[in-house]
Write a protein that binds this ligand. Structure first.
Ligand SMILES: Nc1ncnc2c1ncn2[C@@H]1O[C@H](COP(=O)(O)OP(=O)(O)OP(=O)(O)O)[C@@H](O)[C@H]1O
Length: 404
């Protein structure tokens, strides 16, 4: 098990809006995982800032559905709320993880952000200030949990056809196929390069390999916004780390990356810049990954151990289980406390209301802050351009004043 040391910081400072967005890079970032994709370190020329605010989504539920979920059925007996008051922002250069227990609404949220959720979504989702349009769709890559691939094509055929169909016309056929080959190496698909992809009725590559082919298809087109539902499920930890490192490379090149993720190791967790934690469709945290422990300790939830994977800690909390343990408490008493439905519901209610009281407004302030709309390198370029413009204007003014 990979663990990381939790450095307790002063309670309350997580709520300080000026410090919240200070750079908090992972202590475990692994620069030894370089990417060979030719575009990975290129700048995205069309950066997208994704903002979502107060998202709420409900579906009509069948009568007789589980009514123990009081939160989910709070509106009426015939509707079920899948998302409630979810907000966040992902800027170019950032990678955001959505964490939460199974059924907490991660897929619903990422599908909404990809513009593919049917029905009415309350709240707002904007892409650099614009609504979802065909142009945004072209700049967005979406890897669904259940991917659709042609079962009879081999891995190299699938990626080569995708490259030939989707890469720009200014690349030659050979260059496009070379990109497909690079993707195969990058995603560790060399051994199954010539195997058929397969499907429910035809045996083909493994589930994890299929997932990597789907990711590769979207990576090929170099999207400005990349949304992935469970890109690491079914993968061993080294492959998972490699995929997330590749996604991080894409983000660092000025793209915005959002992914749902199940049970990441602490090493994976620290590779993300931001995290949204959902419990029954409600956020209990949205913000920088590096400030999670600080925030929860400020509201009285400190892990019972000195060494803890923050993702495990968050999933325990989102599952209504407080991993907080009194030093003197007997393990059996602790288990009894965790099993108590009353305690568990009150933990969930407390975390949801704490988010609303302490974090919601800060998240909204961050959403409406426009200073980080482009990545630093792009900002630098535009600063240089405006400086040149100013100098030219002064030269022109001096010339006009001096000319007869
Ligand atoms: N169309 C639908 N009809 C009925 N229930 C739905 C529908 N879509 C989602 N749900 C329910 O909404 C809840 C959230 O689903 P969602 O797939 O978003 O969860 P998740 O966090 O992605 O779960 P997992 O990690 O298991 O994939 C689940 O309880 C699911 O059963």
């Amino acid at each position: 098990m990979e663990d990381t040391i939790v450095h307790a910081k002063s309670p309350g400072s997580a709520l300080d809006s000026t410090s919240r967005y200070a750079e908090t890079r992972s202590p475990n970032e692994d620069p030894s995982l370089p990417s060979r994709l030719s575009f990975v370190h290129d700048q995205s020329s069309r950066p997208i800032t994704l903002r979502f605010e107060d998202l709420a989504y409900a579906i009509k539920s069948q009568s007789g559905e589980d009514h123990n979920h009081s939160l989910q059925n709070s509106n009426s007996n015939s509707t079920r709320t899948l998302l409630n008051g979810v907000s966040g922002v992902v800027r170019p250069g950032e990678m955001l993880a959505m964490l939460g227990p199974s059924g907490s609404g991660k897929t619903t949220l990422i599908t909404a952000l990809a513009g593919r959720l049917p029905g009415k979504i309350l709240g707002s989702i904007t892409y650099s200030g614009q609504p979802f349009t065909n142009s945004i769709k072209r700049k967005t890559g979406f890897v669904a949990q259940d991917d659709v691939l042609y079962p009879h094509l081999t891995v190299i055929e699938t990626l080569s056809y995708a490259a030939l169909l989707r890469l720009p016309k200014n690349l030659t056929r050979e260059e496009k196929i070379q990109q497909a080959e690079i993707i195969i190496t990058e995603l560790g698909l060399t051994t199954c390069r010539d195997s058929i992809v397969g499907g429910p009725l035809i045996r083909g590559v493994s589930g994890g390999e299929r997932k990597r082919v789907s990711i590769g298809q979207e990576m090929l087109v170099n999207p400005s916004l990349l949304l992935l539902d469970e890109p690491t499920s079914g993968l061993d930890s080294t492959t998972a780390l490699r995929i997330i490192a590749t996604l991080k490379g894409l983000a660092r090149g000025g793209r915005s990356v959002v992914t749902t993720i199940h049970q990441p190791s602490s090493r994976l967790y620290w590779m993300f810049d931001k995290v949204v934690v959902l419990s029954d469709g409600c956020p209990i945290y949205s913000g920088q990954t590096g400030q999670v422990m600080e925030y929860f300790s400020s509201i009285g939830h400190v892990p019972g151990f000195n060494f803890v994977n923050p993702a495990d800690f968050l999933l325990d909390l989102a599952n209504d289980v407080s991993p907080t343990r009194n030093q003197d408490e007997h393990p059996q008493d602790n288990q009894r406390r965790l099993d108590s439905i009353e305690d568990r519901n009150s933990i969930k209610q407390f975390l949801i209301s704490s988010y609303r009281t302490n974090l919601q407004q800060l998240v909204k302030d961050d959403i409406h802050q426009h200073v980080y709309d482009t990545n630093p390198m792009i900002q630098e370029t535009s600063h240089t351009r405006s400086k040149i413009k100013r100098i030219l204007f002064i030269c022109w003014l001096l010339y006009s004043l001096n000319s007869p």
